[in-house]
Design a protein around this ligand. Structure first.
Ligand code: SAM
Ligand code: SF4
Length: 438
């Protein structure tokens, strides 16, 4: 995409675009291209500020936390950038048994997590649909984890139906890059070499009944401006076709990984670029959640929390069995190693509300219904109350020391702002009742 220096007229155009976003209307591709072409620093400050305001209009101050649960690092594909790839001869491979997955989920539950993202390499023998079904059933039955997401290899419509029936709330899969020559370079063998097959994965998931889907590109495989514009085009196509697009967009940025053959510098994405990407996703599709993982360093993550991120992972490990014991091959290196509690404290110190809410999917607020609630700026009323209720549970069950006091201060300050109060519900939580939500 050609860059151009903006004239004063263009700056006026950019401000019109920002006003449209603040009105919670999705941007068209010309408008997205105009944002991508901005060079002037001051205008970027306005863009960042608008992204923050759009996020607050849609979701309020809450940021939802989760952790990935890596199930298997066995993989039949050979994505050149990934530590799990088949060609990584150094890899120490492991696939969790059902009991091991439950053991890790119990450990995470004790730390306070309610939402986990199941992640696995692509392997028909080790991580097929039957395996996911058994894992989901066991975690729901034997732990207090309330919602599971899955980031697994693309499936057929029939297998997606089974995945949905097993209780997976959000199905997530990244196109990696939309640029065909780059895609073919990084994915030369295995099922992932089928570009068109991967491109159709969300249509198959939606056909199977998934209404909450997570999309993204792996930033750093090709020119990020090109891939960001294409991802937004893909989302717009889904919205036009189905009435809803992705529930979340993730911003994974290429990290060093054992055995990686990717050149991290060729299409490098700087910290400043990543901030721009989060802001552009936020503005282009105001109702969509933006997910930031622990791939990124803590200081940058803290900036992204205030800039439009609405879901973040914390305290993550990226190897199977990694929460219990480190040693098996990680998918990539982690940039932010703070615990869940530390990240919650940080979010609170930024004037935001850390949330462990899992209500929407379970209450049927998904797909088009979620989009409508978000675009009319009413979803934040649910988010706010549920964030406080889930935070209250966390404070009762898991928080300690100074961070506990900090989180209690947030609760006290916020609760007085709620019209009907929450004191009755808080008393129920103090008395031991759990999972109170609206
Ligand atoms: N195997 C499935 C797949 O490829 O879609 C799902 C799990 S894969 C472990 C999840 C995502 O991790 C990939 O889609 C890719 O974008 C990302 N990833 C792989 N290697 C990475 C790296 N070195 N740095 C950052 N993200 C990476
Ligand atoms: Fe396998 Fe996914 Fe890694 Fe590719 S990105 S090697 S498919 S785990």
């Amino acid at each position: 995409m050609n860059q151009k220096v903006l004239t004063k007229v263009d700056a006026a155009y950019i401000r019109d675009i920002l006003a449209k976003s603040l009105d919670l209307r999705a941007l068209n591709l010309n408008e997205v291209s105009a944002l991508l072409a901005v060079e002037e620093g001051e205008l970027w400050s306005e863009i960042f500020d608008s992204a923050r305001r759009v996020k607050e209009r849609v979701y309020g101050k809450r940021i939802v936390l989760f952790a990935p649960l890596y199930l298997s690092n066995e993989c039949m594909n050979d994505c050149l950038y990934c530590g799990f790839r088949r060609g990584n001869r150094e890899a120490k491979r492991k696939t969790l048994t059902v009991n091991e997955a439950v053991e890790e989920a119990v450990l995470l539950e004790r730390r306070g997590y309610k939402r986990l993202l199941l992640v696995a390499g692509e392997h028909s023998k080790y991580a097929g649909i039957g395996y996911f079904e058994k894992i989901a059933e066991a975690i729901y039955k034997r732990t207090d984890i309330r919602i599971l997401h899955a980031n697994s290899a693309p499936m057929s419509v029939d297998d997606f139906r089974r995945l949905k029936a097993s209780g997976i709330g959000v199905y997530q899969c990244f196109q990696e890059t939309y640029h065909l020559p780059s895609y073919m370079h990084f994915h030369q063998t295995g099922t992932k070499a089928d570009y068109a097959g991967r491109l159709g994965v969300m249509d198959r998931a939606i056909e199977a009944g998934f209404e909450d889907i997570g999309m993204g590109v792996l930033l750093g495989l090709y020119d990020w401006r090109w891939d960001v514009a294409d991802l937004i085009a893909h989302c717009r196509r889904l919205i036009n076709k189905y009435g809803f697009g992705p529930h979340t967009l993730s911003v994974p940025r290429l990290q060093p990984a054992q055995g990686s053959m990717a050149d991290l510098l060729r299409y490098g994405v700087s910290d400043e670029d990543l901030k721009k990407i989060v802001a552009i996703y936020r503005l282009a599709l105001p109702y969509v959640g933006v997910v930031v993982s622990t791939r990124e360093p803590s200081g940058l993550r803290d900036e992204l929390f205030s800039l439009g991120a609405s879901q973040v992972s914390a305290g993550s490990k990226t190897s199977p069995w990694g929460y219990i014991e480190e040693g098996d091959t990680e998918q990539f290196e982690i940039g932010d190693s703070r615990s869940l509690e530390e990240v919650m404290g940080k979010i609170a110190s930024l004037g935001l509300i850390p949330s462990l809410c899992t209500a929407c999917y379970r209450e049927g607020r998904s797909g088009e219904r979620f989009r409508n609630l978000a675009e009319e700026a009413t979803i934040k009323n649910f988010c706010h109350e549920n964030a406080l209720l889930s935070l209250k549970e966390y404070v009762e069950d898991c928080a300690s020391g100074e961070i506990k006091e900090q989180l209690m201060k947030v609760l006290n300050e916020e609760v007085v702002k709620i019209r009907n109060g929450l004191s009755d519900k808080f008393k129920l939580i103090e008395a031991g009742e759990r999972d109170i939500h609206i």
